[in-house]
Write a protein that binds this ligand. Structure first.
Ligand SMILES: Nc1ncnc2c1ncn2[C@@H]1O[C@H](COP(=O)(O)OP(=O)(O)O)[C@@H](O)[C@H]1O
Ligand SMILES: [Mg+2]
Length: 150
């Protein structure tokens, strides 16, 4: 487990840009934590780091948005509105994202539908602008030197 605190939106964006340098095709990152904790901000930073030009907006109504213009295809999902894991499975998001990077907001709910090899980032709101991010490494993530990126 790696812990990192950010004290502003900009710091979380910057962390996302750094994390992006560690990402590979097929990676899956779950972003979990309550509404407004900063999941979409981190996703926007990751997108920037991947060279995505388009502004990232929350995919909560469309469930998943994809961005094809970065160094890797980026798939950004928010499964908050889904009723069940079966619905998530039916959407085929994990397969569609196979050659790219998949970010899933509200990830804890879908962890059991994902391959073992994934990164979980849990956000805790400590106060107005301070967020604790806990990085829980699974599978190949344990062999990566993420300390350089946080
Ligand atoms: N340290 C921080 N990191 C990220 N966002 C922050 C931070 N401090 C304050 N904020 C604010 O919290 C909100 C996070 O929103 P958002 O990323 O959409 O949350 P989520 O996707 O988790 O619902 C934004 O309004 C942002 O400006
Ligand atoms: Mg969001």
């Amino acid at each position: 487990m790696i812990e990192v605190r950010t004290t502003s939106r900009d710091e979380t964006l910057a962390l996302g840009r750094l994390l992006a340098t560690q990402l590979r095709a097929g990676d899956i990152v779950l972003l979990s934590g309550r509404l407004g904790c900063g999941k979409t901000v981190l996703a926007a930073g990751i997108a920037e780091g991947l060279g995505v030009e388009q502004a990232v907006v929350s995919p909560s109504f469309v469930i998943v948005r994809s961005y094809a213009d970065g160094f890797l295809p980026l798939f950004h999902a928010d499964v908050y509105r889904l009723g069940s894991l079966a619905e998530f499975d039916d959407l085929g998001i994990v397969d569609d994202a196979g050659d790219g990077v998949l970010l899933v907001e509200w990830g804890d709910a879908v962890a059991e539908s994902l391959p073992d090899d994934h990164l979980v980032i849990r956000f805790t709101v400590e106060n107005d602008d301070v967020r604790l991010l806990e990085l829980d490494l699974h599978g190949s993530w344990m062999d990566r030197d993420l300390e350089v990126a946080v």
